[in-house]
Design a protein around this ligand. Structure first.
Ligand SMILES: Cc1cc2nc3c(=O)[nH]c(=O)nc-3n(C[C@H](O)[C@H](O)[C@H](O)COP(=O)(O)O)c2cc1C
Length: 199
């Protein structure tokens, strides 16, 4: 596989979201590793509340079509959620509810904006992704907006800066390996692999 398609999904409804700001930095850095990147700002899309009874509307709703195109295009994802009561945002949960098989065999990185460590938030995203046979990087990144950024939106925390660069690099390198093997297994006749169910 030549280059990796990375989709950032930011799920804060705030215009000045620190999470959205952060994922833009990671996506820019991923491009230096020859990834192609897109950003899905759920704030701008306004996905309707997922309803299993109207599943077919994914095809007819233009907004959902755009999201689905981006999801299918992606080989790897960065999911970003604010910490709301130790949980993911409703927008992130709603986004995740729409998709299942689309996440299989793809690698995910996580960012949480929180005044704390955001571990429970990232664990919730991990759980949803694992349930859909996606793969997660072993660490996530917690951002404290007020402390880690200056007034013009630059990262002032050098440790965070380092971790963001690490996330970009690892997602591209490990994401390629996982996706490459998944696609290879998909088009092979090997039976002792979880990939058989996606053929
Ligand atoms: C409804 C609500 C609940 C929140 N709960 C928590 C929380 O439990 N722990 C925490 O550290 N921050 C909490 N926060 C603060 C946000 O996580 C924090 O402001 C974050 O930076 C917002 O991300 P954003 O800048 O990407 O919008 C909460 C904020 C809101 C609006």
């Amino acid at each position: 596989m030549k280059s990796l398609n990375v989709l950032g999904v930011s799920s804060s409804m705030r215009e000045g979201s620190f999470g959205t700001r952060t994922v833009k930095i990671v996506l820019d850095t991923a491009q230096k590793y020859e990834a192609k990147t897109r950003l899905l700002e759920l704030r701008k899309i306004g996905m309707p509340l997922f309803n299993p009874d109207s599943d077919s509307s994914i095809q007819s709703d233009m907004k959902l079509q755009k999201v689905t195109n981006d999801v299918n295009w992606a080989d790897a994802y960065i999911l970003v959620s604010p910490d709301y009561h130790g949980s993911i945002s409703g927008a992130m949960k709603n986004f995740l509810d729409y998709y299942w098989e689309e996440f299989a065999g793809k690698t995910f990185g996580y960012i949480c904006t929180s005044h704390e460590k955001g571990l429970t938030v990232m664990d919730q995203m991990r759980t949803a992704v694992r349930q859909c046979y996606g793969w997660s990087l072993p660490y996530g990144i917690s951002v404290n907006g007020q402390e880690d950024f200056n007034k013009v939106g630059e990262v002032t925390n050098s440790l965070l800066d380092k971790r963001l660069r690490m996330l970009a690099r690892d997602l591209v390198v490990y994401g390629k390996l996982i996706r490459g093997q998944f696609l290879q297994d998909l088009s092979s006749d090997v039976i002792d692999t979880f990939v058989t169910r996606y053929r």
